[in-house]
Design a protein around this ligand. Structure first.
Ligand SMILES: Nc1ncnc2c1ncn2[C@@H]1O[C@H](COP(=O)(O)OP(=O)(O)OP(=O)(O)O)[C@@H](O)[C@H]1O
Ligand SMILES: [Mg+2]
Length: 239
């Protein structure tokens, strides 16, 4: 028994799975009238390439803060595909995010004056000419894949909540991001619709071999992930 443990400790596995996202000792606080509110303290974790990881925690535990801190931590390191994201500044940081990361939020943030199709195209419209593929066609295919092939011309006001979130999912995937971040993406939907929408997201993520990091308070949603970890445990894991 002792020997076995020694072996495990002394010899790391020969082939470590490839980690796409590596967070090291991330901390984040907010300025409040009484000083600083420390929400995240030395949070460390990794997400393997192609994995769907859910991080769970009750309301107020810092899940949204965690996703925001991937942009602007107080301290800590964020490595995406061995690129030191925490060192990127200004336009380089914005470009990197636009190319590598897709976001799905609880509130869909669709543009009200655009159709479903135009909303999905919107993130890449500025660089449309340089893309090397037909943006409209890709947006259309993504909407078909989320089951909205017959709603392309609908503005958000003429879509149900679940449909709007499916548009937002298609939009998040328009740039084929390596990493998809989702913050309570079904929080505004009834449980059955929420589950359906998350399954759509999971299916697309698997097909596109994307890596998905979901933060949620909902254990049922977290159970759909390959792995789920309570946020509170991440301050110790690997720290
Ligand atoms: N801009 C801010 N300034 C000060 N405090 C903040 C700010 N944003 C969030 N907080 C505080 O940080 C803590 C974590 O908030 P956060 O939004 O990350 O929680 P959450 O886990 O996403 O919660 P929920 O499940 O309700 O979305 C909360 O106590 C909140 O009041
Ligand atoms: Mg939140």
């Amino acid at each position: 028994m002792d020997q076995e443990q020694d072996t495990v400790q002394d010899e790391p596995p020969e082939e470590q799975p490839e980690s796409l996202l590596r967070i090291e000792q991330l901390s984040k606080s907010y300025a409040v009238p009484t000083g600083r509110l420390q929400v995240l303290q030395t949070v460390s974790f990794q997400v393997q390439s192609g994995e769907f990881l859910a991080i769970t925690g009750p309301s107020g535990s810092g899940k949204t803060t965690l996703l925001g801190a991937l942009d602007s931590p107080d301290s800590g390191e964020i490595w995406l595909n061995e690129i030191a994201v925490h060192r990127l500044r200004g336009p380089a940081a914005a470009d990197f995010r636009r190319q590598q990361v897709g976001f799905v939020f609880q509130l869909y943030y669709l543009l009200p004056n655009l159709t479903a199709l135009e909303n999905v195209m919107a993130p890449l419209l500025p660089s449309r000419r340089k893309l090397g593929f037909d943006l409209r066609q890709r947006a259309k295919e993504l909407l078909e894949r989320v089951g909205l092939g017959d709603r392309l011309g609908h503005p958000p006001a003429r879509l149900s909540g679940g449909e709007q979130q499916r548009v937002a999912i298609a939009r998040a995937l328009i740039n084929s991001p390596q990493l998809v971040l989702a913050d309570e993406p079904t929080g505004n939907l009834d449980p059955a619709t929420g589950m359906e929408v998350l399954e759509v997201l999971r299916e697309l993520q698997r097909r596109g071999r994307q890596t998905l990091l979901l933060v949620t308070h909902d254990p049922e949603l977290a159970a759909l992930a390959d792995k789920h970890i309570p946020l509170e445990q991440l301050s110790r894991v690997g720290a």
